[in-house]
Design a protein around this ligand. Structure first.
Ligand code: MEV
Length: 313
């Protein structure tokens, strides 16, 4: 028996870091996918093959003893095998770089949960999402589940800690150029740095949160109107706030500058400190933005919003 599923990756369009303190964030799924193929095998083993390495283990290991980014797959396979004497072979293919803040781990969890669970049952999207979040918790204990949700359902979504997720029904047609700094970053450490910033000046941080909240309300309106130029200005404004809270660095600033010069606006996406930036474009400035990043030797590619979400084969 063989089963295949694919999930889009995601970017945070607005609101990273401030979301930790209750402000809304806006996320969208992007049309770069992770595809997982799962197959039942006679041998009582779990094999996982991916472009960041392989994992080969007997079932029923203590999950806390597994030190591998592929741990969520092991968790899912082991859970769904339910002490059966057979095993599972998993193959992961990715169109995006892994571990650079583009939601690769969530996309892996969603596609993995779908491919593996469908070897045994016909699972619904809701059940798959639940399994995916459980699996993601084996690597990010405090995940909000926002990334897995947007990867499962696709499109654009607003999220805040109090009210959870709401799908945004607009279908804007912008393109994003994503450029990778290739600087490794630890989300946990960058989030800790922002906490320090907040504790050093509560008043200043609270003013920034208010400004970010107002910005997000404006963005929700601009998304409905499909106003890409004004959205670009909001991206620039959001980047200023991210700069203020100290999550940028020299290389990221250089990349943002290229993006600001060629596109409607550019900002860090995700935790910062490294990872990727996004630049907002449409047909009029997509090529020139991509070409400039390429000329300056940055790894980059363009994406559109993915409205499909999880796909199963
Ligand atoms: C990281 O992708 C997003 C942050 O806002 C952290 C979080 O929301 O948990 C920086």
């Amino acid at each position: 028996m063989k089963s295949k599923a694919s999930s889009p990756a995601k970017v945070i369009l607005f609101g990273e870091h401030f979301v930790v303190y209750g402000v809304k964030a806006i996320l969208c799924a992007i049309n770069k996918r992770i595809t997982v193929t799962a197959e039942t095998i006679k041998e009582n083993k779990i094999y996982i093959k991916s472009n960041i390495g392989n994992l080969e283990l007997e079932p029923n290991k203590d999950i806390s003893e597994i030190n591998s980014p592929l741990k969520p797959f092991y968790y899912l396979a082991n859970k769904l095998l339910e002490n059966q004497k057979t095993g599972i072979k998993i193959d992961v293919e990715s169109e995006i770089p892994l571990g650079v803040g583009l939601g690769s781990s969530s996309a892996c969890c969603v596609a993995g949960a779908a491919a593996i669970s469908r070897l045994f049952n016909k699972t619904s999207k809701e059940e798959i999402l639940e399994l995916a979040i459980e699996a993601e918790k084996t690597i990010f204990e405090n995940t909000s589940g926002a990334d897995c949700t947007v990867c499962t359902y696709g499109g654009i979504m607003e999220y805040d800690k109090k009210n959870g997720f709401t799908k945004i029904e607009s279908e804007p047609n912008f393109h994003l150029v994503i450029a990778n700094s290739n600087i490794e970053h630890s989300t946990k450490m960058v989030v800790e740095g922002v906490k320090q910033f907040k504790e050093n000046d509560e008043n200043r941080f609270s003013i920034l949160c208010d400004k970010e909240s107002k910005l997000i309300e404006d963005v929700l309106d601009l998304l409905k109107k499909n106003n890409t130029v004004e959205l670009g200005n909001k991206i620039r404004e959001n980047q200023e706030y991210l700069e203020t809270i100290g999550i940028s660095n020299e290389k990221l600033r250089k990349m943002i500058q290229i993006g600001q010069n060629k596109s409607f606006g550019a900002k860090i996406t995700g935790a910062g400190g490294g990872g990727c930036i996004i630049a907002l474009t449409d047909e009029s400035n997509l090529e020139q933005t991509l070409n400039q990043f390429k000329e300056d030797n940055y790894d980059c590619f363009s994406v559109k919003i993915d409205f499909k979400g999880l796909d199963t084969f």
